[in-house]
Design a protein around this ligand. Structure first.
Ligand code: 2AM
Ligand code: CA
Ligand code: CA
Ligand code: CA
Length: 263
C-alpha cells in the first residue's frame, strides 16, 4: 500500500523548493523558445523545473511513473500503478510577460484514480492541495463545499479563443452564456482557473482544449469540493488525452449544459 501522507508531504516540499527557485530566477535572463506555434512558449525554467521534480520523484519513488509536459518523464500510455502528472509552469506566457498568474501543478493518480493534487501559485505563495477523501485546502485553510449561485450572479472564466471560429466547437453557443453571467475572466493559467473554481473565486471555467498536465491536479481538487467536471459535450474527461473542459458548481454546470449548450 502506498503511503499517501508521505507522498503528499514529499510532493509539497518539492513544489515549494521549485517555487523558490523560480522566484529567484526573476533576476536572471530567460531563454525563451516556441513549440507548436510562435505563441506557444517554453523557457529554460519550464525545463529545469520539470527536470528537478522528476529527479526527486525518481530518486524517492523509482517504481512510480511520470508524465510531464516538457517530455522529461516517461512515455505514458496507461494510468496503471502510480503516475505523477506534472506541469512545471502552467501559464508560461504569463510567466514570461507578467511574472505572475502562473503555477506549478502536480496530480498523482493510482490506477486512474486521483489521490493527491497540488497547484502552487508561486508569486502569491498560495498552495492549493487536495487528498482524496480528506478535502481540498488553500495553504492550511480547508475549502468548504461549493454553494450554488444563480447564473446571473456567476463569474466564469472563458478563454478568448471561443470568440474565434474553430473546428472543435460552435463558438456562437457561448455568446448567450457570456451575456447571462455577471462577469467573465481569463487568467491564462488553466491550473489556477481550476483552483479558483475549487476555492469559489470563480463559479465555472470553460476552455476548448487542454492536455492531461493542465487538468490532472485541478480535477482532484474539484472532486473534493463537490464541483462537476466534464467536457463541453457533458462527457467524461479522458485523463490521457486532449479534451474540451467545462468545470463548474453543480447547478451552474447543469443550467449551462442544458439551456445553452443543448446537451
Ligand atoms: P501552459 O502555459 O502550460 O502551456 C493558456 O490559455 C492556458 O492553456 C495555459 O494553462 C496553457 O498551459 C494552456 N495550454 C494548453 N495548450 C496550449 C498551447 N498549445 N499553447 C498555449 N497554451 C496552452
Ligand atoms: Ca506549454
Ligand atoms: Ca499547462
Ligand atoms: Ca506548462
Amino acid at each position: 500500500m502506498a503511503n499517501w501522507s508521505k507522498i503528499e508531504s514529499d510532493a509539497k516540499s518539492w513544489i515549494y523548493t521549485a517555487g523558490e527557485t523560480i522566484r529567484q530566477s526573476f533576476q536572471n535572463v530567460l531563454q525563451i523558445q516556441s513549440k507548436s506555434n510562435p505563441d506557444d512558449l517554453v523557457t529554460n525554467m519550464d525545463k529545469e523545473t520539470e527536470q528537478f521534480l522528476i529527479s526527486k520523484i525518481n530518486e524517492i519513488y523509482p517504481e512510480h511513473r511520470i508524465l510531464g509536459e516538457e517530455g522529461f518523464g516517461h512515455d505514458i500510455q496507461s494510468l496503471e500503478g502510480i503516475v505523477w502528472i506534472v506541469d512545471p509552469i502552467d501559464g508560461t506566457m504569463n510567466f514570461v510577460h507578467q511574472q505572475r498568474n502562473f503555477a506549478i501543478s502536480i496530480g498523482i493518480y493510482e490506477d486512474g484514480v486521483g489521490q493527491v493534487g497540488l497547484i502552487y501559485d508561486v508569486v502569491h505563495d498560495e498552495l492549493y492541495h487536495a487528498v482524496r477523501g480528506k478535502g481540498a485546502f488553500m495553504n492550511d485553510y480547508k475549502l468548504p463545499d461549493l454553494k450554488d449561485v444563480p447564473l446571473n450572479q456567476a463569474v466564469i472564466a472563458l478563454n478568448a479563443t471561443w470568440v474565434m471560429e474553430n473546428k472543435r466547437f460552435d463558438h456562437n453557443l457561448l455568446v448567450p452564456v457570456a451575456k447571462a453571467v455577471r462577469g467573465t475572466r481569463s487568467y491564462g493559467s488553466a491550473t489556477l482557473e481550476f483552483a479558483y473554481v475549487a476555492s469559489g473565486r470563480l463559479d465555472a471555467y470553460i476552455t476548448l482544449r487542454l492536455a492531461p498536465w493542465d487538468f490532472a491536479a485541478g480535477l482532484i481538487l474539484l472532486e473534493e469540493v463537490g464541483a462537476k467536471a466534464t467536457t463541453l459535450d457533458g462527457e467524461k474527461i479522458n485523463l490521457l488525452g486532449q479534451n474540451s473542459i467545462f468545470v463548474a458548481k453543480k447547478g451552474i454546470h447543469s443550467t449551462i449544459l442544458k439551456d445553452y449548450l443543448n446537451k
